[in-house]
Design a protein around this ligand. Structure first.
Ligand code: EPU
Length: 418
C-alpha cells in the first residue's frame, strides 16, 4: 500500500499551475456522448476519476484518445446503453451518464453510483426531474432501467434544493427534448456554467433567465466541438491552505478569482496577502502565523464551498483563534477530524458543527485519508506539522488531484510517495 511521506514545517515558495476542474470534466465527458461526434477537450486533469469516466465511455463504444491534458472522445458509434456496476461504483458522477445516455440513445440501464461517503447521497431529485420530462424509470435491486420510445418532452421543473448533480443530469437530458424545458432553482456552481458553455458550443440552446432559472430549447442534434475546461477552484484553495500553514508565498497560475470569491476573504482575514493580476493568476503570501476567528458556513455557490471545508479547517488548526465550521451540504463530511486530532489539533464536532481551537504546533502523524477533500486536509496538516507525517488511503487523493506531490515538491515541500 503506498503512502505519502511528508517532512513538515518547510516554507513553500514558488509557482504552481492549477489543473482543470474535476467537477467540470466529469459531467462534460458524460455530455460528450450526446454529441454523437468528436469532441476535443483541453485542460483535462489526469486523475483517476477521469480515467474511470473514460473507461465508461469506451465501454459504451466511444473511441477515446488522451494526449497530455487533451482528451478526444468520438461518440459516433455508441454500441451499448448499459454500464456495469463495477464502473458505476467508482464515483458519484457516474449518475450523470443516466441523462447522457437517455439524451444520446434514448434508454439506459445503470446501477446506483458510488463516490465519497459523505452521508446519504440520494438521487431522488434526479429521478423526479427525469420523470417529469417523461422518462420511464424502473428501479429494482439497485438497478435503474430507463427509457421512453417517444423521446422526452420539455416541461417546467423546480428543484427543491440546488443539487449540482441533479442540475447537470436534467440539463443534459433535456437538450434534445421536444419543446422548451425550464429548470428553476438550479445549482449555480462554475462547473455547471462550464457544462452549459460546453453544450452550447456543441449546438445546444441553453439560456439563463434570471436568478437560478434555465431555459432549454430542445434541438434535434448536437455536433462536435473543441472546448477548454475551467481551472479547479478547490485545487486552488488546497494550495492556498498549504501556503497559509507554511509561511508560504505561492503564485497560483490558471485561477479564476471570481470562482473562489467566498474563500478569498477568509484567507485575507487570516492575515494572508492575496494579490492578483488580470492573467488569471493569484499570489498568496502568508503571515508568520495565521489568525482564524470566524464562522465558516458551507453553502451552495456562490457561498463557501463544502469541498473547501476540509483543507481550510486544516489551516485553521494551526492559526491563532477559535473558528466554527457549519457543514450545511453533507451530513457526514468531518471524517478528516479524527485524523487531524492525531496531529495534535483541537477540534470538537457536534452534528453539523465543528469548533477548532487553533494550537501553536502540530506534530507529524500516521493518518489515513477517508475521502478526497479530507485527504487534502491531511496533506495540508502534514505540511504545517513538525516532523514526519505518513498518509495512507492515497486512492482518494488520486481521484481528484493531478500531480499533487510533484507540485508541492517543486515549491519546496518534502513530500514523497513510497
Ligand atoms: N441531494 C439529495 N437528493 C438528490 C441530490 C442531492 O438529497 O437527488 C443532497 C445530497 O445528498 C447532498 C446535497 O443534496 O446532501 C448536495 O448534493 P449535490 O447533488 O449538490 O452534490 P453532488 O452532485 O453529489 C457535487 C460534487 C461534489 C460537491 C457537491 C456540492 C461532482 C462530481 N461532485 O456532488 O464534489 O461536494 O456537488 O458542491 O461534481 C468533491 O469534489 O470532493 C465532491 C464531493
Amino acid at each position: 500500500m503506498s503512502k505519502l511521506i511528508i517532512e513538515g514545517a518547510r516554507r513553500l515558495k514558488g509557482e504552481i499551475n492549477i489543473q482543470g476542474a474535476k467537477n467540470s470534466i466529469l459531467p462534460i465527458l458524460a455530455a460528450s456522448l450526446v454529441t454523437r461526434a468528436e469532441c476535443v477537450i483541453h485542460n483535462c486533469p489526469i486523475i483517476s476519476d477521469v480515467k474511470n469516466t473514460l473507461k465508461i465511455l469506451e465501454h459504451l463504444g466511444c473511441v477515446v484518445k488522451f494526449q497530455e491534458n487533451t482528451v478526444i472522445v468520438n461518440s459516433e458509434n455508441i454500441t451499448k446503453n448499459s454500464i456495469p456496476n463495477v464502473l458505476m461504483r467508482e464515483m458519484r458522477s457516474s449518475i450523470i451518464f443516466l441523462g447522457a445516455l437517455i439524451s444520446s440513445v434514448g434508454s439506459a440501464e445503470i446501477s446506483l453510483p458510488g463516490g465519497c461517503e459523505l452521508g446519504p447521497r440520494p438521487i431522488d431529485m434526479h429521478i423526479e426531474g427525469l420523470r417529469q420530462l417523461g422518462l420511464r424509470i424502473d428501479e429494482s435491486h439497485g438497478i435503474l432501467e430507463c427509457g421512453n420510445e417517444d423521446g422526452l418532452e420539455g416541461c417546467n421543473i423546480s428543484l427543491s434544493f440546488p443539487s449540482v448533480g441533479a442540475t447537470e443530469n436534467l440539463i443534459i437530458a433535456s437538450v434534445k427534448a421536444r419543446g422548451t424545458t425550464v429548470i428553476n432553482n438550479i445549482a449555480k456552481e462554475p462547473e455547471i456554467m462550464d457544462l452549459i458553455a460546453f453544450l452550447n458550443s456543441s449546438g445546444a440552446k441553453i439560456e439563463s433567465q434570471g436568478e437560478g432559472t434555465l431555459v432549454i430549447e430542445g434541438v434535434k442534434a448536437l455536433h462536435g466541438t473543441e472546448y477548454t475546461i475551467i481551472p479547479d477552484r478547490i485545487a486552488a484553495v488546497t494550495y492556498m491552505s498549504a501556503a497559509a500553514v507554511t509561511v508560504g508565498d505561492l503564485l497560483l497560475k490558471n485561477v479564476v478569482k471570481e470562482h473562489i470569491g467566498a474563500v478569498i476573504p477568509v484567507f485575507e482575514e487570516a492575515g494572508c496577502t492575496i494579490e492578483s493580476d488580470t492573467e488569471n493568476s493569484l499570489r498568496i503570501i502568508a503571515p508568520t502565523r495565521p489568525y482564524f476567528n470566524r464562522i465558516v458556513r458551507t453553502m451552495p455557490y456562490p457561498g463557501f464551498p463544502t469541498d473547501a471545508q476540509a483543507p481550510v479547517m486544516a489551516m485553521s488548526c494551526l492559526a491563532d483563534g477559535t473558528s466554527v465550521f457549519v457543514e450545511n451540504i453533507f451530513t457526514n463530511r468531518y471524517k478528516h477530524v479524527g485524523e487531524l486530532l492525531r496531529f495534535g489539533a483541537d477540534i470538537k464536532v457536534e452534528g453539523r458543527v465543528a469548533i477548532v481551537e487553533g494550537v501553536k504546533r502540530l506534530f507529524g502523524a500516521e493518518v489515513t485519508a477517508m475521502d478526497l477533500r479530507g485527504a487534502a486536509a491531511l496533506v495540508v496538516a502534514g505540511l504545517g506539522a513538525e516532523g514526519t507525517t505518513k498518509i495512507s488511503g492515497l486512492s482518494h487523493i488520486d481521484r481528484g488531484y493531478e500531480n499533487l506531490e510533484n507540485n508541492l515538491e517543486s515549491v519546496g515541500a518534502s513530500i514523497k510517495r513510497v
